[in-house]
Ligand binder design. Structure first.
Ligand code: P1T
Length: 389
């Protein structure tokens, strides 16, 4: 379908069609897995748009077009993982530059910024982005990147995209929003003024826990050029099979997100009224601090729910996490199947305990990635696990 006509269509239509047209040589409706490392040239420098597969691959190009359309972006660029996408952005900074990032964020992002880029002279501070004054105070003359997650991982805090992106712009810094938890179906940060949108496509975009990948979308010609150069020069690219799987995932993204949101809402409300549960973190609960902001900048509240037990100790939390049958205890999120995760020992273990505590991330927090199963079965599973404490 022509991209001009697709531009006016809804996200469900874009998810199915954007970036893809029937294969010109065979008519194959689905974009083939172009399993090739190189492309024939009829004379030196004369080719059909592809020279070498580290630089471009048609299956990857289809996925890049698809993700760009979903994020209202001019450009999409795919990487071998979410952290590779983050790595490429931070690599564009220089020694002496400073990053302000959310203090509630994926532990691997913290590890990358502090432990990988710190020794190269790129410093980073992690602050509570739900307080705009705190962010303003953290910005230094050498702050070049504002790294935003919303909803955050794992406390699902919702922060003000429009205000934060405007603050970065005024300061002359780039705003990058990790949109992994929301997916473009629920939130499109470029529309709120972000310079860059980042995804771990491993999560909702892929949607089936069978592929690792990352992406950056942008409207900036300058950032497109810088990141394309890094894709070619550093080579953290996804293979064609991975791109095919992710492209297959995005086709059903809209309907999956509807079900993730529905199931998570029902579960969050159930847990909020459960006698064994102390606190529930979910943007769809009217009692949740970020609820009103989520209504403004999101088109749904997402599939991620975190909670603390009333009997708030690690033995009880461990018992619950070891007792579910439908929820699988595992890292990651965003797949069709429900997962349960213990941030303190799993996804956020690389953040020092004192910093986790200062950010409000308790060692007893349990995080749920609510899947698309029958919600009554998910509730029964949680109830029988909670019965054990
Ligand atoms: O795993 P990878 O595709 O490299 O993506 C990293 C990443 C980036 N951003 C966010 C918000 C993430 O949640 C992740 C990965 N997160 C998990 C594995 C997790 O269970 O939280």
């Amino acid at each position: 379908m022509k991209s001009e006509s697709l531009n006016k269509m809804g996200l469900g239509t874009k998810a199915v069609h954007a970036g893809q047209a029937p294969d010109p040589t065979t008519g194959a409706v689905m974009t083939p897995i172009y399993q090739t490392s190189t492309y024939a040239q009829s004379a030196p420098g004369v080719h059909k748009g592809h020279e070498y597969a580290r630089v471009t691959n048609p299956t990857r190009s289809a996925l890049e077009g698809n993700l760009a359309a979903l994020e209202s972006a001019k450009y999409g660029m795919c990487f071998s993982s979410g952290v590779a996408a983050t790595d490429a952005i931070v690599r564009c900074l220089r020694p002496g530059d400073h990053i302000v990032a959310s203090n509630d964020l994926y532990g691997g992002t913290y590890r990358l910024m502090r432990q990988v880029f710190g020794p190269f002279g790129i410093t980073s501070d992690f602050v509570d982005m739900s307080d705009l004054d705190v962010v303003k105070k953290a910005m230094k003359p050498n702050t070049k990147l504002l790294w935003i997650e919303t909803p955050t991982n794992p406390l699902v805090r919702v922060v003000d995209l429009q205000a934060l992106c405007a603050m970065a712009r005024t300061h002359g810094a780039t705003s990058a929003v990790d949109n992994t938890f929301a997916s473009p179906i629920l939130q499109r940060p470029l529309e709120w003024g972000a310079d860059l949108v980042v995804h771990s496509t491993t999560k909702y975009l892929g949607g089936h826990s069978d592929v690792v990948g990352g992406a950056v979308c942008t409207n900036s010609d300058e950032w497109h050029e810088k990141l394309r150069f890094l894709i070619k020069s550093s080579g953290a690219v996804p293979g064609p099979m991975d791109c095919f799987l992710t492209l297959r995932g995005t086709k059903t993204l809209q309907i999956r997100m509807e079900r993730h949101c529905h199931n998570a809402q029902v579960i969050a409300e159930h847990l909020e009224n459960h006698p064994k549960v102390g606190k529930v973190y979910y943007p769809g609960l009217p009692s949740f601090a970020g609820h009103e902001l989520a209504k403004k900048q999101m088109d749904g509240f997402g599939g991620m729910v975190s909670f603390l037990l009333k009997n708030d100790n690690i033995e009880a939390a461990t018992r619950v996490m070891s007792s579910t049958h439908v929820f699988t205890l595992a890292e990651s999120l965003g797949g069709v199947e429900s997962l349960m995760n213990h941030p303190a020992t799993m996804t956020h273990a690389s953040i020092p305990a004192a910093e986790r505590k200062a950010a409000g991330l308790s060692d007893t927090l349990i995080r749920l990635s609510v899947g698309i199963e029958d919600v009554k079965d998910l509730i029964a599973d949680l109830d029988q696990a909670l019965e054990k404490v």
